[in-house]
Design a protein around this ligand. Structure first.
Ligand SMILES: *Cc1c(COP(=O)(O)O)cnc(C)c1O
Length: 514
């Protein structure tokens, strides 16, 4: 990969884009420090005279080192960069496990109502009764969908919700006086990396359960790992192979029999919402990614929301704050541990992501209960349609139908010299964001494809045609097309290892090509 003097990867060598003007109306854009200059300001103001600064010795004595740009220059910089993003609004986004569905504009419109958008978390509750009512109504829907006893709205992502659930479990075990003894958390091999990370962060030891040949929890191994030192199992259902765990009820019963708890990773709720209730499956705690199932935007690190539902076994240990109706019928936030003596505490400063709550409830209410069930049915139908269209060209990891996402291994690339990574990069040249790669770890060179319910038959067909064409090209020996890809993207292959190991987070004038 070629780098410029500032250590940035450069554009494709084959590109005929002029560095000055870009291609047609697609503007090239440098870093802020390349576009602007420190010796220029965006706004010139006369030096004030006859006024004494009130900053005292806090007054800045050196230049900030920030570049000066006028408002239109700054605006153009960011708008041009935004055009470099791939987004669900631009095309199909088949990133497995992430549920990249369309974000309805109605949600956005409602989230921008000033009474929701402009409130402050420290406002007196008497002035935000409507917002609290919305939180209560959202809780009602989440509990209705899952059948659970209570919900903590404050977790700010799926992983944060996992932490909420595991801290509730830890508190319940502590209350039983068994924390010293119950150290082990069972985590199936196909789990999202956040599951073992969460259990470890909560002080537990991880015990990995291998998958069987059908991609499910190996029942015999699971049984053999049970014991008085087991705190919980963290299971995803449908699991990250896109498969329903048929033994889930038996797993729940057995873990309870041995005094442990059942954490269910709810990231894949989009496949089962309205079809079955996790409480009936014996789950004790589950996070719900509002930014997946309930269509609030995600990607780029947030903002997300990971409300966590808890069973009657764990409800008392839920974190503060939560919404409660007082004697006069007004909604209040329970903030103090005095008012919630069994609570494990507080997860974050305020109450969660209000904007996400509004969007998620808008989505739920515009679909209704029957509509939400249809969302799941259509998500599963779309994934199976895609699976059926491409299964003879790619290699499905497991036989039979799937739930809301389809998993493939790299068997179909065997002998072609093309890897999963090359295949994914070639998809970029075809105008698609790649699928999830190399996850889950239970199959070799995994490709996990989740189309979601919001893709039309035409867009599924176009995507399937592209995948089949690429698979045929790889098998017919056109290795170059893959190992060189992407050739049409503004940047080609990045050195991801170096970016992760030696991130350059600050602009340095004299950064050499190191
Ligand atoms: C997305 C996801 C998570 C984590 O959710 P975040 O909101 O990204 O923190 C956990 N488990 C699974 C299976 C997921 O797909």
């Amino acid at each position: 990969m070629s780098m410029n003097a500032k250590g940035r990867p450069t554009k494709p060598e084959t590109s005929n884009i002029s560095p000055q003007f870009g291609s047609a109306l697609l503007q090239e854009e440098g870093l802020l420090h390349e576009v602007g200059h420190c010796d220029k300001t965006g706004v010139d103001m006369e030096k004030l005279s006859g006024r004494k600064s009130r900053l005292g010795d806090l007054e800045r004595s050196e230049a900030t080192g920030l570049v000066g740009l006028s408002e239109p220059e700054a605006l153009r910089h960011y708008v041009r960069l935004s055009g470099r993003n791939y987004a669900i609004d631009l095309g199909l986004y088949p990133l497995g496990s992430c549920t990249m569905k369309h974000n309805p504009r109605l949600n956005e419109k409602l989230a921008r109502i000033p009474g929701f958008a402009d409130i402050h978390p420290l406002q007196p509750t008497s002035t935000v009764q409507g917002a609290l009512q919305l939180m209560e109504e959202l809780s009602h829907w989440l509990l209705e969908i899952t059948g659970m006893q209570t919900v903590a709205l404050s977790p700010k992502a799926g992983a944060h919700g996992e932490m909420c659930g595991m801290l509730s479990i830890r508190e319940a075990i502590l209350a039983r006086g068994e924390l010293e003894q119950r150290r082990r958390v069972l985590v199936p091999q196909s789990a999202h990396g956040t599951n073992p990370a969460t259990a470890a962060a909560c002080g537990f030891e991880i015990d990995e359960i291998p998958a069987n040949a059908e991609g499910r929890v190996d029942w015999d191994v699971f049984c053999s790992r049970l014991g008085p030192d087991v705190a919980a199992i963290m299971l995803t259902n449908p699991n990250t192979c896109g498969l329903f765990e048929p033994d889930i009820r038996k797993i729940a019963d057995l873990i309870h029999e041995h005094g442990g708890y059942f954490y269910c990773d709810g990231a894949n709720l989009n496949a089962i919402m309205g079809k079955c209730r996790v409480n009936d499956l014996g789950v004790d705690a589950m996070h719900i990614n509002l930014h997946k199932t309930f269509s609030t935007p995600h990607g780029g690190g947030g903002p997300g929301a990971g409300p966590t539902v808890l069973s009657s076994r764990l409800a008392d240990f839920a974190p503060v704050p939560f919404v409660k109706t007082d004697k006069t019928g007004k909604l209040q936030l329970v903030e103090q541990l005095n008012d919630a003596p069994d609570s494990f505490g507080r997860m974050c400063a305020f109450h969660g992501q209000m904007g996400m709550f509004v969007r998620a409830l808008a989505y739920m209410m515009s679909h209704g209960g029957d509509g939400l069930r249809q969302v799941s049915e259509d998500a599963v139908l779309n994934a199976n349609y895609l699976l059926a269209r491409i299964k003879n060209h790619l290699s499905p990891a497991f036989s039979g139908t799937c739930m809301h996402e389809a998993l493939f291994d790299d068997e179909f690339l065997k002998g072609s010299g093309v890897t999963t990574l090359d295949f994914a990069k070639a998809l970029i040249d075809e105008g698609y964001h790649p699928m999830t790669m190399y996850f889950p770890l239970v199959v070799h060179g995994a490709l996990l494809i989740e189309p979601t319910e919001t893709e039309s038959l035409q867009s599924l067909d176009a995507f399937a045609d592209t995948l089949c064409e690429l698979a045929n090209a790889a098998k017919s020996g056109d290795q170059e097309r893959f190992t060189q890809a992407p050739v049409k993207a503004p940047l080609r292959r990045l050195d991801e290892t170096r970016a992760a190991r030696h991130p350059v987070l600050r602009f340095q004038e004299n950064l050499q090509n190191t």
